[in-house]
Design a protein around this ligand. Structure first.
Ligand code: GLA
Length: 732
């Protein structure tokens, strides 16, 4: 079948369900078009596959062929700088996407185009596969580009296979290999630690390679998450500039290389980290890399994040179009110190508060070495008989009788050396056999490369559900990194880091096959494992143990570039010095929960949170499914402001917080709204008012969308009103 290339004006997949075959043109284009963008590959006469364009879609597809002719950069005698998947050991001398040692010991690779196939999955999603082969060795790579038309998102990964007469060793195996051309590149990257997740840094990329990576094995994002953004030509703002967002969908060691090459172009190579991971591949075996996702916007960071958030809700986050449960968690109110009677009170408090579910945190298990602090018991998932003589099932029943649901904390991948599990299965633990153990939070990681350990971890969660069919929620924690990474059973130790994550995903897949939608929170001592590889199994994540609301404004702000609000579990706790209203208003920006001692709340505070929960229930659909607009940046202004607008543009919620406590600080100027319909009128009301206070804003005042977006509104935030939530409803 002859391929029709460069279809214009319409999504090619609407015309051709599947096109495939061998290209016979001199040099042929393969455009991957989404609503606004095009990533264009080109097959050179020598069958090299190159990236010739990644930017705004052109009106006339045939003009993509002209793109290279208008660049006057230095020459590239290798012809490899813009390779779509850069091999190594032959002509290429820059950072490769793939490096191998062949069965005969030769380390050269040269990948040439063989065929392509475009499959339409539905009206929105298509999958392009491109097969590349080495002309000398029987070695091939299939590149996958899954494009989401409406969302302008592409996911890219590769499948590596060979038919040589022995094993091949893969030394590097990237998922994506991008090539961008601009005058300058501005990277926004993140670093962190416990309680300090998503700390941003923005800098101009210089020539050479900048690497973002993790080598921690588990809790892999503790120091650096696998998401980043790159602005082209100048740092993008919320509404202006061209920006690429990207991330690796992998819950272990990742690596992103950003290389400004000798021609001043930017190459991005992203995927699993090859650190300590040469992977032996038998003939005919396939090695599939995890997807990397990316989106490009020429309308600034706000547009890019709304695209990603929409894509995540529609395709990635588990149950992204569904509902979520509000909850009361006992971690900060009791820590490990509770018993049945105390929990019975908390169940009643859950009902009193008006939230959906009570979440029992750490400390409910282990008998020989009771889990009374974080030194013992992890791994022994039997209810502790002195704290809970009647087990979990009586609590689940009691919750049911109180009219609330029940959820529970687990950390099934981990073990304290002081546990029966460790005593019984020392070979299930990740450690170097001849070396001293080294602990992170007094614990070690279980070896999920071992199928028996996979069964055990699956069994921990499955057992809880089997014994308690009404169990409604799991908080799945992961508190340790991997020191002394080695498996007692894995044949090839250098497969360890890769196979660990594959083992984890196998367990999660089994669980989701049996319990498709039970809500599960992805927690890792805070946000130590937030990525779209994991989020396909989880309904939400725990951004940080830092719940100081002032800190959370910043942390949630940064997460919001990459993840939808409905996935962000925000709990009201006693961290921070702000009043309860401020803490509640901040938590409401995502999925609301509480971790406070309800019985210690003053009558006024209790009244406030009760009414806040009921307000939240009436607006949560806008927060969960609406478009999010970051209006006023806390790192540049005294007031942080975030807006959510429903799809029909008829309701929106605006959260405003004072983040600078200096004299006179506040919303001196109006804040402009976004995303409304200029032609419609909106009635403003302030919600979440603390009992006994009134709003200085005129109740029920109507403004046009035009006014609200051009002039704005002043929420009147100042030292006496540190947080303000406004609702805008269409006035018909
Ligand atoms: C981690 C989590 C906390 C809590 C504790 C329990 O730190 O992030 O929310 O569950 O573990 O030990």
């Amino acid at each position: 079948m002859k391929i029709k290339l460069c279809l214009t004006g319409v999504l090619p997949v609407l015309v051709l369900l599947i096109v495939s075959g061998r290209l016979n043109a001199q040099s042929a284009l393969i455009p991957i078009e989404t609503a606004n963008n095009a990533l264009v590959l080109r097959v050179e006469p020598n069958k090299d596959l190159q990236t010739v364009y990644f930017g705004r879609r052109l009106a006339t597809g045939s003009e993509y062929a002209l793109v290279p002719s208008v660049y006057r950069q230095s020459s590239d005698p290798s012809g490899m700088f813009n390779s779509a998947y850069t091999s190594s050991g032959s002509r290429n001398l820059i950072e490769p996407a793939i490096t191998v040692t062949h069965a005969d010991g030769n380390y050269s690779l040269d990948l040439r185009f063989v065929s392509q196939q475009l499959t339409r999955i539905n009206d929105d999603v298509s999958l392009l596969t491109v097969v590349l082969k080495d002309p000398v060795y029987d070695f091939e790579v299939t590149l996958y580009y899954r494009s989401y038309y409406k969302e302008d998102v592409i996911e890219q990964w590769s499948m590596i296979r060979h038919h040589e007469k022995g094993n091949v060793i893969l030394h590097k195996f990237a998922s994506a290999n991008l090539h961008l051309q601009a005058g300058s590149y501005w990277l926004r990257q993140y670093h962190g630690d416990w309680a300090k997740e998503m700390q941003p840094e923005e800098s101009r990329l210089t020539h050479g390679i900048k690497t973002l990576d993790s080598k921690l094995g588990a809790r892999a994002n503790l120091y650096q998450p696998p998401v980043f953004m790159v602005s082209l030509d100048r740092p993008a703002t919320e509404d202006e500039g061209t920006v690429l967002y990207g991330g690796v969908e992998w819950s272990g060691n990742f690596r992103v290389d950003l290389e400004v090459d000798p021609q001043d172009n930017l190459r991005i190579l992203a995927g699993i980290n090859n650190y300590a991971s040469p992977y032996t591949l038998a003939p005919n075996e396939a090695f599939t890399t995890p997807p990397c996702w990316y989106t490009l916007s020429d309308k600034g960071k706000g547009d890019a994040s709304r695209k990603v958030q929409r894509w995540a809700r529609d395709y990635k986050l588990l149950d992204g179009k569904g509902t979520r449960l509000t909850l009361l968690n006992n971690w900060e109110s009791t820590y490990f110190d509770f018993n049945e009677a105390r929990l019975a009170e908390l169940l009643k408090d859950t009902k009193k508060l008006g939230v959906d579910l009570f979440l029992l945190d750490d400390g409910w298990f282990a008998n020989k070495y009771p889990r009374n602090d974080d030194h013992a018991g992890l791994g022994d998932w039997q209810p502790n008989k002195s704290k809970l003589p009647n087990g979990i099932s009586s609590l689940v029943k009691e919750a049911h009788a109180d009219g609330v649901k029940f959820g529970i904390w687990v950390e099934p991948e981990m073990v304290n050396p002081k546990s029966e599990l460790y005593e019984q299965h020392p070979d299930w633990v990740i450690k170097q056999p001849k070396r001293e153990e080294h602990y992170f939070r007094n614990q070690l990681v279980l070896d999920l490369t071992n199928p028996k350990v996979q069964d055990f971890v699956f069994g921990v969660v499955d057992g809880l559900f089997t014994q308690n069919p009404d169990l409604a929620y799991i908080k799945w924690d992961c508190n340790a990194v991997m020191y002394n990474a080695a498996s007692a059973t894995l044949k090839d130790q250098s497969h360890f880091y890769v196979d660990y994550v594959r083992g984890l995903y196998k367990v999660l897949e089994r669980l989701r096959a049996k319990y498709p939608k039970v809500p599960m929170m992805l927690c890792s001592g805070g946000g130590g494992r937030v990525d779209y590889g994991a989020l396909q199994y989880f309904t939400e994540f725990w951004p940080s143990d830092n719940t100081d609301p002032l800190e959370r404004i910043f942390i949630q702000w940064e997460y919001s570039y990459f993840y939808p609000a409905m996935a962000s579990s925000n709990h009201v706790t006693d961290w921070g010095k702000q009043p309860l209203k401020f803490r509640t208003d901040v938590a409401m920006m995502g999925k609301l929960g509480f971790d406070v001692v309800v019985s210690k709340l003053s009558p006024q505070d209790l009244k406030f949170v009760q009414s806040a929960v009921s307000s939240y229930n009436s607006i949560k659909d806008v927060i969960w499914q609406g478009d999010q607009f970051r209006l006023s940046d806390p790192s540049a202004n005294s007031v942080a402001s975030v807006l959510y607008v429903d799809e029909g543009k008829s309701r929106s919620i605006m959260f405003n917080y004072l983040v600078n406590y200096r004299y006179g600080a506040g919303s001196l100027l109006p804040i402009r709204l976004k995303g409304l319909d200029p032609a419609r009128n909106y009635r403003v009301s302030e919600i979440n008012l603390y009992p006994g206070t009134s709003s200085p804003l005129e109740a029920g005042k109507v403004y046009s969308g035009d006014f609200l977006m051009k002039v704005g509104i002043n929420p009147e935030v100042h030292a006496g009103r540190t947080s303000v939530v406004l609702m805008f409803e269409e006035a018909r």
